[in-house]
Structures are given as structure tokens and as C-alpha cells.
Design a binder for this molecule. Structure first.
Ligand SMILES: [Zn+2]
Length: 292
């Protein structure tokens, strides 16, 4: 395993790293079934992921990269997977997740790209590539039980979330946690930052810059009533008191003091969103890895 050099991924020579084969995503994606376009008018109507081959490739890539795999539970006959790879003592620990909303395919695909892209060996990695297996299979935001799993992390009613939380409880604190999402209403990339030490350190700007090499950064003044500045949303104290906890709030409360929810704009081509998410992740990890 080669060690990580930021320039290789972050345009240090002023070049972007293209996807090795953008066409490969045609293996996974298919248009939504016609009937779903009528039952899901309020959701993303684009491509949906062929989940079985993606799951196979994720597991194969993780194995090849030296990750151990745990199945946290089964949902609809599909495994909820967690991949881990430990580095030397004192190394930074990074947690990545995707696929909690099954209609946001760029997240799991970006994690596949990352697993296949020689991830830095001086970082301890924990990766949950598809937290909502039944939603990913159906290409729907909600799980087969009709739940938005990303609103269940305080009530812990859903078995997928309970299994995930139990696994999180076995892990040490994360130096960085990144949650990969997509927004079908956005016109550009943006992120939410949970970081009480923002004045001393933030990985937000490097991530926005990296994503901005592939797609525009959100310019709207507000997303869901949250002010956006340069693609960055800082949740308010009131946001933190909400009771429908997303994964980010649970991880922030129990496992980590620096986390980002990354949102790529669904209106752009899938490979563009994958590239934006992948490079934002690498930029965030590089920034945190350089932090003393
Ligand atoms: Zn989402």
C-alpha cells in the first residue's frame, strides 16, 4: 500500500484525478421503473443503483484493500456492512458512511471509488457504505419499513439504526466523520459542519474547493432555511436540539467532535457527483491528517 500524498489527489500539480472509467457506473445504474416515477414525485427521479452488484463490488474492493468486514444486521435479505482497517497507534481515525437514503446513489459509488483508489495507509478507516440496504435496493429514501433512518438516531426504533449504533459503540472516537448525501433540490455542492473548534481548525474549505473542481458550489442564500456561505452551513444551537436525530448528530454527540454532512447536487451527472464526493472526502482527510 503506498502512503498518501495529498498532491496526488488534490490537484497539487493543478490537475484533477479523473475517474478511472466513468462509464463503469452504467454497470450499476438503471432508470427508475416507470411506475415509481408516479409514486415518488417528491423524490429524486434519476438513476437508481443496481444494489446486488454494487454490494458485491464493495465487499471485493474492501477485501482487496485489506479491510475487515462486519455484517451489522440483515435488512430485506441484504447485509448492512461495516469495513474497518486499522493503522499504526496514534494514527488519525476516519469514519465514512453513505446510503442511508437509498435514492442518493453517488455516496455508495464514491465509497467504492475510494476503496479502489489506494486509500492512505496512515489512517484508521471505518466505512459503512450502505446504511439503508432496503432503501438502496429500491432506490428510495426510506427503508422498506417506511422509515427515514436518518431521523431515527435518538429514538432508535429501526433495527438497522440500532445495529449501527451498537457497532459505533465498539469503535474508538473518530478524528473525522463524513456522511455522504445528495440533494435533489440543490443547484450546487454544499456541506453541514459540526465543529465546536471551528475558529482553530476546519476542513470545510478544502472539501468545498475539491468538490468545486467538479461541480458548482451552492449559491442559494438558504437551504432548508439554513443560511449557506460559500457552500458551508453551520447548524445553530436550535438545530442541535432537534429530536429527530440524523446520524451526524448521534455521531457528534457520542463519537466525534468534527463531522461533515456532504451534499452533492443530484441534477448533475452521476460520475460528476461521485468525483465531487470522492475528492471532498480525500481533501477532508488530508486536512485532518496534517492537523497536529
Ligand atoms: Zn440524504
Amino acid at each position: 500500500m503506498r502512503s498518501f500524498t495529498a498532491g496526488r489527489f488534490l490537484g497539487g500539480q493543478g490537475r484533477e484525478l479523473p475517474l478511472r472509467n466513468p462509464q463503469r457506473f452504467s454497470l450499476y445504474v438503471a432508470p427508475k421503473p416507470f411506475y415509481l416515477q408516479y409514486t415518488s414525485l417528491m423524490s429524486y427521479l434519476g438513476k437508481t443503483v443496481a444494489f446486488e452488484p454494487l454490494l458485491d463490488d464493495l465487499q471485493r474492493a474492501a477485501r482487496r484493500a485489506g479491510f475487515s468486514t462486519r455484517t451489522l444486521c440483515e435488512a430485506g435479505g441484504y447485509p448492512l456492512l461495516a469495513f474497518s482497517r486499522t493503522s499504526s497507534p496514534g494514527s488519525k481515525s476516519v469514519y465514512l458512511s453513505a446510503g442511508i437514503h437509498g435514492d442518493e446513489p453517488a455516496g455508495p459509488l464514491a465509497l467504492l471509488e475510494l476503496l479502489e483508489t489506494d486509500l492512505p495507509s496512515d489512517v484508521t478507516w471505518h466505512i459503512c457504505p450502505a446504511l439503508n440496504p432496503t432503501g438502496c435496493k429500491a432506490g428510495e429514501r426510506f427503508s422498506a419499513a417506511g422509515a427515514d433512518l436518518n431521523r431515527d438516531y435518538l429514538s432508535l426504533k429501526q433495527p438497522e439504526v440500532r445495529a449501527h449504533v451498537e457497532w459505533l459503540g465498539d469503535q474508538d472516537l473518530f478524528d473525522l466523520a463524513l456522511f455522504l448525501h445528495e440533494d435533489w433540490e440543490a443547484n450546487g455542492f454544499y456541506l453541514y459542519e459540526l465543529n465546536p473548534s471551528r475558529t482553530e481548525f476546519s476542513a470545510a474549505r478544502p472539501m468545498i474547493q475539491a468538490a468545486g473542481r467538479h461541480c458548482p458550489i451552492e449559491k442559494a442564500p438558504h437551504v432548508d432555511q439554513n443560511p449557506v456561505h460559500g457552500g458551508i452551513i453551520i447548524p445553530t444551537e436550535q438545530d442541535l436540539r432537534r429530536t429527530d436525530w440524523p446520524e451526524a448528530l448521534y455521531v457528534f454527540t457520542h463519537h466525534n467532535r468534527l463531522n461533515y454532512t456532504l451534499e452533492s447536487p443530484s441534477s448533475y451527472a452521476l460520475h460528476t457527483r461521485v468525483e465531487a464526493l470522492r475528492d471532498a472526502v480525500l481533501a477532508g482527510v488530508a486536512a485532518v491528517n496534517l492537523r497536529p
